[in-house]
Ligand binder design. Structure first.
Ligand code: NAP
Length: 329
């Protein structure tokens, strides 16, 4: 059977199931950021606050109630309890690798690209609204909401002027990080001035001198070693600089050059590569990797496919290789 034909369409999750599970995901993230992470295995339930306030984050509490919706253990991380349909279980499973990062753990980096059947993330003019469908856009906003920071390359800010917020889902905006080593971007870009969330503009140390064009909500951060001896972006320096700021769950949103640089430097743990049924032709390249001479030299990570409406989401675990392929018997 074709595995894609059997792949679940996550966008078909029932609204009431999504409304029950997504707040649990947000509460887990909140516990990691602001305390309340479990120390003992057991069942956990959302705290119901009689007077909710934006300043008082959602929390999870140890619960003896038989209908507590979550279980946690140091070995298995978080799991959904009770009866759920396959779509709801897959929904939770997709985000579980992000949810299972305990406070104080090493940085963990997920990237995404939404690309065409012919491997492009935008047209040759840089137009990318929209490559993938609406369900994939909602998924992208969920990744933003679960991560501490969303990272984009300067080319994406120049082409898209993105807001990098979570406006299509419930959840806090991440810190927005723009990789702009030479501080060449126009300070009028929305991430630098819209005040919707903090923005860090990462630059070479010697490019940070002088006035910032748009003070807005941006902070210019000079990163030692941001460019290597060949003038190429050092993704490890980016991760280290953000970790020093307490930002350890990182989402690299694009574009193709930036995601490919993180991959080439082994700085990605996971990749969500969404393939849309569209042909762009000679556009901006998506994922680019070094050429291999033979197939056994190629990176073949463990991956599984899910559907998001008309798109196919490849959930790729870059830390675990797939078993080698064999010829049919
Ligand atoms: N479909 C998707 O999932 C998705 C996601 C994000 C973006 N996009 C699209 O991807 C395209 C951008 O991706 P990309 O791979 O070309 O680049 P990128 O990864 O966003 O940014 C890195 C590239 O931008 C260059 N750059 C530096 N300063 C710049 C400036 N001021 N203006 C323009 N470019 C600058 C960098 O040059 P140096 O190497 O010299 O520093 C580098 O080549 C856009 O068209 C965007 O719409 C698509």
């Amino acid at each position: 059977m074709n595995p894609l034909a059997a792949a679940l369409d996550l966008s078909r999750i029932h609204p009431s199931d999504e409304a029950a599970v997504w707040p649990l995901c947000l509460a887990i993230v909140q516990c990691r950021r602001s305390g309340g992470w479990p120390t003992a295995p057991g069942r956990y339930a959302l705290v119901t606050d009689p007077a909710p306030a934006a300043s008082r984050p959602a929390a999870l509490l140890s619960s003896a109630a038989p209908d507590a919706p979550l279980a946690w253990s140091a070995q298995d991380g978080w799991s959904l309890c009770g009866e759920h349909d396959a779509c709801t279980l897959e929904f939770f499973a997709l985000y579980k690798p992000l949810l299972d990062r305990p406070p104080g753990s090493a940085p963990w980096v997920i990237a995404q690209l939404g690309q065409s059947l012919d491997g492009f993330v935008a047209t040759h003019r840089g137009h990318s609204c929209f490559v993938t469908g609406p369900q994939s856009l909602v998924h992208l906003h969920r990744l933003r909401a679960l991560c501490d920071a969303v990272i984009v390359g300067a080319g994406t800010v120049a082409a898209d002027d993105p807001r990098l917020t979570t406006r299509h889902v419930e959840g806090a905006h991440p810190v927005r990080v723009v990789l702009d080593p030479h501080q060449g971007l126009d300070g009028a870009a929305r991430v630098f001035s819209d005040g919707e969330a903090p923005t860090l503009r990462l630059c070479r140390v010697d490019a940070t001198a002088g006035d910032v064009a748009s003070p807005g909500n941006e902070e210019v951060l000079g990163v030692p070693g941001l460019l290597d001896a060949n003038g190429a972006l050092d993704a490890r320096a980016v991760v280290a600089a953000l970790q020093a700021r307490g930002l350890s769950l990182l989402f690299v949103e694009g574009g193709g050059i930036t995601v490919s640089r993180f991959l080439a430097q082994s700085c990605l743990d996971r990749l969500h590569l969404t393939v849309a049924p569209v042909l762009i032709g000679a556009g901006r390249r998506g994922l680019q990797v070094a050429a291999a001479d033979t197939m056994d030299e190629c990176l073949r990570p463990h991956a599984r496919a899910l559907r998001l409406g008309d798109d196919v989401l490849w959930d790729i675990d870059l830390r675990h290789p797939a078993p080698p392929l064999t010829a049919p018997r």
